[in-house]
Ligand binder design. Structure first.
Ligand code: 8OZ
Length: 367
């Protein structure tokens, strides 16, 4: 029987253990360029079997928050190269999370201060983070989006493909496609945000089309065995909702099975919140069975509020990987702390989104 601390394989990635650092937005990349402290931050956490980078914008249009990194300009690739080198020198593996926020953005972050884009012109009932001239973060409502024209979608798919290539140039071991938490691909999937009447709206097949085109483009560029995907069937994050998520996600997972992905990363419940939602039931075992029954062989990665005890139980029950988010902010040596069953440092929320080394690279490891 394997444990959390045993090595495993996710596609082409040989992982030292089954503990994954989940993607965490930290807003410390001015002009979308990762800095030297970001290399230190990830290298400190390199004992995780796999690190998934914070969400990384595939284009300027994909940006939705102040000071998040990108992968669409040479200096961004250069910044990431130092990060991946530091992680590899520390013996770790790291993939980047390819991110397009869609409607979860603000005009001040968009090319030409234009409207953010989405499947439909429906404003997300959520906030984004802007940072003022003094470096102080503030939460502001997202701007009203415009609906993407049909002929703009191939360009977005091409942006994902280019960013995947840039990720390999930057030395990443692979990518995770961010299709969760109410961002662009999740907006296309779900009825609350997608009111389109063309080939990308309406039926489940149509709503899943953009996601699958992106997956196919990324896989053809870097290989399915270096590509993962993150899904959140029922999260209310960023004001997203679907009228009937079970058949939607079982369709998506059956389609993904043939793409031979390295891993499928599933947020169970409300991102960073309750794992069970009375008004949004979801059968994760059935979703996983749909994937496996369709021949899906990628590692099954579970996420959201896992403790050591819950993670042990999940691995015993057949999860291949367990990702931890917030615990990794305050515990660079989370793997060792899980092994010893604690103690754990508490994170300081005031330094989650923005700032410098404080609350970033200064959390202590066990002696
Ligand atoms: C917290 C703050 C900003 C962005 C996500 C990328 O929820 C995020 C995010 C989280 O996936």
């Amino acid at each position: 029987m394997s444990t959390l601390f045993d090595p495993t394989q996710a596609g082409a990635l040989s992982l030292a253990n089954r503990i994954v650092m989940a993607p965490l937005t930290r807003n410390r990349s001015p002009n979308a360029v990762p800095q030297a402290i970001t290399a230190t931050y990830y290298a400190q956490r390199a004992t995780a079997g796999l690190l998934i980078s914070e969400g990384t914008a595939i284009s300027h249009q994909a940006q939705g928050y102040a000071d998040v990194p990108g992968l669409y300009a040479p200096e961004q690739v250069e910044g990431w190269r130092a990060v991946t080198a530091a992680v590899h020198a520390a013996g770790g593996k790291i993939v980047t999370q390819l991110w397009h926020v869609g409607r979860v953005s603000h005009t001040s972050l968009q090319p030409g201060q234009g409207a953010p884009v989405g499947p439909s012109a429906i404003t997300a009932q959520t906030k984004t983070v802007l940072i003022d001239a003094n470096g102080t973060p503030s939460f502001v409502p997202t701007s009203e989006p415009r609906a993407l024209a049909l002929d703009e979608l191939p360009g977005i798919v091409a942006d994902y493909r280019r960013a995947a290539r840039a990720a390999m140039d930057a030395g990443f071991d692979g990518v995770e496609i961010h299709a969760a938490n109410g961002y662009l691909l999740d907006q296309f999937l779900k009825t609350g945000a997608n009111h389109r009447t063309d080939a990308y709206g309406g039926s489940i097949e149509n709503r899943a089309r953009l996601l699958l085109e992106v997956v196919d483009a990324v896989c053809s560029e870097i290989g399915g065995d270096r590509t993962g995907i993150r899904l959140s069937p029922v999260t209310p994050a960023n004001g997203i909702v679907d009228a009937d998520p079970q058949p939607l996600f079982e369709h998506v997972l059956r389609q993904l099975a043939s793409r031979r992905l390295a891993f499928v990363h599933v947020i169970e419940g409300s991102t960073g919140g309750p794992r069970e939602l009375a008004d949004r039931p979801f059968d994760y075992a059935a979703a996983k069975a749909a994937y496996r029954d369709a021949g899906g062989q990628g590692a099954w990665m579970v996420n959201n509020g896992y403790t050591r005890e819950m993670a042990d139980a999940a691995v015993s029950a057949g999860a291949d990987l367990v990702s931890f988010g917030r615990p990794f902010i305050a515990n660079p040596d989370l793997v060792e702390r899980l092994r010893r069953n604690g103690p754990y440092n508490e994170g300081n929320r005031a330094t989650y989104y923005g700032g410098g080394e404080a609350g970033y690279t200064d959390y202590p490891a066990l002696g």
